[in-house]
Design a protein around this ligand. Structure first.
Ligand SMILES: NC(=O)c1ccc[n+]([C@@H]2O[C@H](COP(=O)([O-])OP(=O)(O)OC[C@H]3O[C@@H](n4cnc5c(N)ncnc54)[C@H](O)[C@@H]3O)[C@@H](O)[C@H]2O)c1
Length: 274
């Protein structure tokens, strides 16, 4: 699957799923723009791609900042002559920013921060990229990070799940809004993927759980995945690269589960301590 000379902007691309996508896309011929708030990690990810013979640049961008977002798209388009694909990948979970992450204890500020990064950031990045995507002749598209939490509730992660549910419908609405310009919008919905986010979230939930709780269930354990493993970042990168390519030109407005079968069946209410 070729992404030859396709320019892809990846938010939150310094590590995890974003970094895996960046490396895979570059290996398939793409021009990659990695943006993030952890600049040193992002620069190192770019250096690895260049060392492997790929084309990539790094640009700082907090997706909750309008000025950062505008500057990112300008930098990308200036450097590579346009933007063909926007990968809205940056995301946070409330357990990463606050110890008060139950519905009862969560502050409005925590809820707002999750929504600002996970939803408002996607809205702003897509608007800022639109003038460039409109000019693309390379099957332009927007690819959003959803989750199995876009589909169902989890014992913890109310703000995260709300934000990912919003992404599912934002994706469909973007598919409609961008169709007149020949731009597609799709969303990938992973279960647990082995990244720093999942390690952070799982560690926090385990630490917070009562001693007799089924702690596995808060962190999407391996045994809910019918394939007997959690995902690797490359599993998701394969799907994102497909969605970014012209080979997926008939795929539009989709929330694509990539979950090892987690949502093909039900977990037990015992996981809720009931
Ligand atoms: N890992 C999983 O199991 C999983 C499952 C479902 C969905 N997702 C989604 O996939 C995406 C990538 O997840 P990941 O597991 O690679 O996470 P990660 O935490 O490893 O990587 C996310 C990146 O986003 C960056 N980021 C955070 N806030 C930002 C901001 N305000 N502006 C710009 N960048 C910011 C982080 O610095 C980090 O580099 C996220 O949207 C996440 O919600 C992940």
């Amino acid at each position: 699957m070729s992404l030859k000379d396709v320019t892809i902007v990846i938010t939150g691309g310094a590590r995890g799923i974003g970094a895996a996508t960046a490396a895979m896309a570059a290996a398939r011929g793409a021009n990659v723009v990695i943006s993030d708030v952890i600049d040193e990690v992002g620069e190192a990810t770019v250096a690895k791609i260049i060392a492997a013979g790929g084309r990539a640049i790094y640009a700082h961008c907090d997706v909750s900042s309008q000025s950062d977002v505008t500057a990112l798209m300008e930098t990308a388009a200036k450097h590579f002559g346009g933007i063909d694909v926007l990968h809205n990948n940056a995301g946070i979970h409330e357990t990463m920013i606050s110890k008060d992450f139950t519905f009862e204890s969560m502050s409005v500020e925590t809820f707002d921060r999750v929504m600002n990064v996970n939803v408002r950031g996607v809205f702003m990045c897509t608007k800022a990229a639109l003038p460039y995507l409109k000019k693309s002749k390379k099957s332009p598209s927007v690819i959003n990070a959803g989750s199995t939490a876009s589909w169902v509730g989890y014992p913890f992660g109310l703000a995260y799940g709300t934000s990912k549910g919003a992404i599912a419908l934002l994706t469909k609405n973007l598919a409609v809004a961008l169709a007149p310009f020949g731009i597609r919008a799709n969303c990938y919905c992973p279960a647990s993927v082995d990244t720093d986010m999942v390690k952070d979230v799982t560690a926090t939930l385990m630490a917070a759980a009562p001693a007799d709780a089924d702690t596995d269930s808060g962190g999407s354990p391996i045994d809910t995945h019918l394939v007997h493993r959690i995902g690797e970042p490359d599993d998701v990168a394969e799907l994102v690269c497909f969605l970014a390519s012209s080979q997926s030109s008939f795929v539009n407005g989709v929330n694509w589960l990539i979950d090892g079968g987690v949502l093909a069946w039900r977990d037990s209410v015992q996981s809720l301590g009931m």
